[in-house]
Design a protein around this ligand. Structure first.
Ligand code: HEM
Length: 674
């Protein structure tokens, strides 16, 4: 009670809570006027005195005046007037509207980081700014995300046909991956015992889990595609050329490598056969880095965490995928975009920048504000892309999931992910080894010609040629620095050397560039094709027939974003597969009256007969002697499981030949294969 009394007393005596002891002479220690202190009451009765000096109403009014927000304080004098009659009331209402408007305007300015109500309205209507100086520029200073963007662009650089918004879409995909990735992370454990089970759970029992996984997969494939296309457009429009764009290109190349690394590190996480073997193939390329015994051995060990991929490898890939690589990519994107936004802007289309007519050049450089023109355009792009990606993930493409990883069983025709197929193609070595062999033969013939005798089958150059090292590591890592990192610098040097006028127009004085680009694209396409299972890989003929109609696992097409193929039998579905034993020879002649199932049986028989003909024409690698086939479907469990068997027999040609091949699959009633 004593404390309470003292506090109230202080407040009322000094008016500012400070008892300065000078109140009786009307000045505080600083010489300021202070109200006269009330006379001291008997000990302990000060509170009582204060209460009696003002009415409750006055005290409440004073307190309200003192503590109210600014807007209410501003209305106080008009409140008094409002009591005086209808005129005062009308004035009070007008003043209230005025104060409320100012208040709302200030709030909108705070939220929009600079624009008032009128300007926000004009902004959304697409009208020019109302105030001067342009409050939309203020937003670029005040707001974090807006400050990352330039205030305006040069008009011609924003043409869709110049950039195809590919840089913007690359950032969009990175954000999509971050959001969907964080959601997936919540339900995923990076453990070799839990990972596969968690993915199955995400797909089957987490609400929208399947969609999140599909979106993440579609986004990853699109990001690789879009970044490559963005680089191609920058190259074709000559936008890597000076001034200042060389370093931007350089940061871009690092981003390209990071994009591959992000996608590849995510590949392992489902821990299914596809993941396990694709990553085993990918990491085995590192084994060949020369000198193999040191660098190759250790880089493979560091990546896999052991001789083969196991729990250590999974954890390493997981941490790279969710932490290290996204963090580095974010930093690099910031540097890359900072250069575009602050250092040099987006290049102008070369034809307009180099146009002899000054009017065209001037029009190209006309300013176009980011807010609202480009901002609304970007929103539209985000909406369209989100719609397309969601529809594609929901109805067309589902991220593949095969059987649980099995280190003891390599699936047939397994490959690296599609964006590394070109390296796999190089590893198959269709060019260099044959060329070295031919050179070897020429040298040996020359040596023989001068009289030196060499034992038959001798080689000179071939033993020095370490194929996996050259093909899997040296050539790809030479292509990256030479073709990519060096592009702006080689180009600058080249132009200086020839003293040519640097032009960015593709068909003007960049004809050499076009030739190099076309040749490298054709070369890349050829080696990429060689990396697919269609080139240079054949299983025994009967196995190939089984794989075509009843593949062991879904076969991932070598092009991105196409659903994996589970073969015609699984696609036909449980209900359309009648139980029975079918002698395929009875379906040798295709008939229009066949059901879908019979048509497939007939197609299998055609393939068996084709293999028989190949044998007869002497192609013993792809043909089979007198092959026959039987197809059997039986109910394996009464509650909806069928056993499906394709058996192919042929005449034995060697003692080790079994003369028989069987492919068995089990099909569950609820399984749906597209
Ligand atoms: C994650 C990957 C990447 C992101 C997020 C990204 C983002 C962007 C953005 C937003 C722009 C503005 C212009 C536009 O939209 O086209 C841009 C421009 C540019 N990018 Fe990238 N980029 C990436 C990868 C690359 C790569 C791989 C290269 C080349 C090797 C590259 C080189 C450039 C250059 C030179 C510019 C300036 C272009 C001009 O002035 O017209 N970027 N980038």
């Amino acid at each position: 009670m004593g404390l309470f009394n003292r506090q109230v007393k202080k407040k009322t005596e000094s008016g500012n809570g400070k008892d300065n002891g000078n109140a009786p002479n009307g000045h505080d220690t600083n010489g300021h006027d202070v109200p006269p202190a009330p006379e001291k009451a008997e000990g302990g009765a000060e509170l009582f005195d204060v209460k009696t000096s003002e009415t409750m109403g006055d005290r409440a009014g004073n307190l309200l005046r003192e503590k109210s927000p600014h807007a209410i304080k501003a209305l106080m004098p008009w409140l008094d007037k409002a009591r005086s009659g209808p005129e005062g009331r009308a004035e009070f209402i007008d003043k209230t509207k005025e104060v409320a408007w100012v208040q709302a305007d200030n709030t909108v300015r705070a939220i929009s980081a600079g624009m008032g109500i009128a300007d926000t309205r004009a902004f959304f209507r697409g009208d020019p700014p109302i105030e001067k100086p342009n409050p939309r520029y203020k937003v670029h200073v005040n707001a974090f995300f807006a400050h990352l963007r330039p205030k305006y662009y040069e008009k011609a650089s924003t043409k869709f046909s110049h950039t195809f918004a590919l840089g913007y879409l690359s950032i969009y995909m990175f954000m999509l991956e971050t959001i969907t990735g964080v959601i997936l992370m919540v339900f995923y454990t990076p453990s070799d015992r839990r990972a596969y089970e968690d993915i199955v759970k995400i797909m089957s029992s987490i609400p929208y889990g399947q969609l999140m996984r599909d979106l993440h997969r579609v986004g990853a494939e699109l990001m690789v595609l879009i970044v490559v296309l963005h680089m191609t457009r920058v190259f074709l429009t000559g936008s890597f050329k000076p001034p200042a764009r060389g370093f931007t290109w350089l940061t871009g190349v690092v981003l390209l490598i990071l994009t591959f690394a992000l996608s590849f590190s995510g590949y392992l996480l489902p821990w299914d056969q596809l993941a396990y073997w694709a990553v085993t193939i990918g990491t085995s390329m590192a084994k060949s880095v020369p000198p193999k015994e040191i660098v190759g051995y250790f880089s493979n060990l560091i990546m896999r965490g052991g001789d083969t991929i196991n729990q250590n490898g999974l954890l390493r890939f997981y941490l790279m995928h969710v932490f290290a690589l996204p963090a580095i990519t974010l930093v690099l994107i910031s540097v890359h975009y900072y250069r575009v936004a602050r250092s040099h802007g987006i290049s102008l289309p070369a034809a307009e920048e180099e146009d002899p007519d000054p009017a065209v050049r001037k029009a190209a450089k006309e300013r176009i504000d980011y807010l609202p023109e480009l901002f609304t355009r970007e929103l539209l792009w985000a909406a369209i892309t989100t719609f397309l990606v969601v529809v594609y993930s929901a109805f067309v493409f589902h991220a593949p999931l095969q059987e649980h990883s099995n280190p003891l069983h390599t699936p047939l025709h397994t490959t690296a992910p599609w964006y590394f197929l070109w390296i796999q193609g190089l590893l198959k070595d269709a060019f260099v080894l044959p060329a070295i062999r031919a050179l070897d033969q020429t040298i040996i013939s020359a040596v023989k010609f001068i009289g030196v005798q060499m034992p038959p089958g001798s080689t000179i150059l071939v033993p020095f040629y370490d194929s996996p090292a050259w093909m899997g590591v040296i050539i790809p890592t030479m292509i990256i620095p030479a073709l990519f990192l060096g592009v702006p610098y080689i180009n600058e040097w080249w132009e200086k050397f020839w003293g040519s006028k640097p032009s960015r127009q593709l068909l003007k004085n960049r004809k050499g560039t076009v030739v190099v680009a076309v040749i490298s694209t054709i070369f890349m396409l050829v080696i990429w094709y060689q990396g697919t299972p269609f080139y240079g890989v054949t299983a025994p003929p009967a196995v190939e027939i089984g794989q075509a109609f009843l593949p062991e696992e879904g076969v991932l097409p070598p092009v991105p974003l196409v659903p994996d193929d589970w073969g015609p039998i699984r696609r036909l579905g449980y209900e359309n597969l009648p139980d029975g034993e079918y002698d395929l020879a009875e379906y040798a002649v295709p008939k229009t009256t066949y059901t879908e199932f019979e048509r497939i049986l007939s197609a299998i028989q055609q393939e068996i007969m084709r293999r028989g003909q190949l044998w007869e024409t002497g192609d013993h690698e792809h043909g089979l002697p007198e092959p026959t086939g039987v197809f059997t479907i039986e109910q394996w469990q009464p509650n909806g499981l069928k056993r499906i068997e394709l058996q192919i027999n042929w005449t034995k040609t060697t003692p080790s030949d079994t003369g028989e091949f069987k492919r068995v699959i089990y099909l569950q009633q609820d399984a749906r294969y597209q």
